[in-house]
Design a protein around this ligand. Sequence first.
Ligand code: PBG
Ligand code: ZN
Length: 327
Amino acid sequence: MQFPTRRMRRLRKTPQIRKILRETTLQAEDFIYPLFVKEELEEGAGEPIDTMPGQYRYSLEDSVDEAKRLEKMGLQSVLLFGMPEEKDEMGTAAYSDDGIVQQTVRRLKAETELVVITDVCLCQYTSHGHCGIVEGNEIVNDESLRLLAKTALSHAEAGADIVAPSDMMDGRVGEIRKLLDDGGFQDTLIMSYSAKYASSFYAPFRDAVCSEPSFGDRKTHQMSPSNVEEALLETELDLEEGADIVMVKPAMAYLDVISKVKETFQVPTAAYQVSGEYSMLKAGIEAGYLTEESIYESLLSIKRAGADLIISHFAPEFLEGNIHEEC
Ligand code: PBG
Ligand code: ZN
């Protein structure tokens, strides 16, 4: 059937027709909101993050208030990042029972119905800013696994529903699964940062949580932006080791990876719209180069690529109704 019998523009005739024919839409439950919780921060409103306009570091009390406010607007899930008072070589504060994340998890589980996810890594907690234990100039893999698993277990003990290892050490999902199972936490889920790239889009985040490595980089564990086959293998290994949900990070520069991961494995797949993606859109809008609709479009592209869940700093604005499609 060809023109003039087939006229595609019929399908786009009015806003109402366009609206009922949308193939992809966004819902509150698609979002996971990353919350930065800082130990010993004074209460009241939070500390603005310079590199991420509109985002804040919260005290324990304020993070709970903010989570409750967003829950009332339909938020289902948060991802917690902790900022400890003290850092040391071994990242001790990451796996301490009364660490900032552990305390926040307890409060959120007691006072909300939210799905509480915790970021599991050492880089915010180590004095050198690396994701594992450092010997000489090397981030040593197997020695780091024990501490990462210990961190995940302490989050599960505090009540976390899902632990999310973001370190990219080999074998960490298996090690975490084993320690959780041995500890009686068979029902705690693992959302693994499976295909995490060594990306320049993380810059605002490192500034936000002070996790810039003091020497070297993360290229010996995070992936090269050139590689897709490797992302599929990383994901396969994480699934074999027991990951329940897999993740691609960043999102917008890696839509092809999201799409391939979802097609290949057909398992729950998350995508992380990282700090740099957030700040880039914010800056473009602030400068008047872009409109607010670019935010919706970028989120839609992530969902369309195949993500079931989107970790995004835009979650509050979406829930407040500021981000939507004009049909
Ligand atoms: C490290 C970690 C990173 C992010 C979260 N955890 C990246 C990194 O510093 O290498 C990035 C999140 C973002 O940019 O939004 N474990
Ligand atoms: Zn890390």
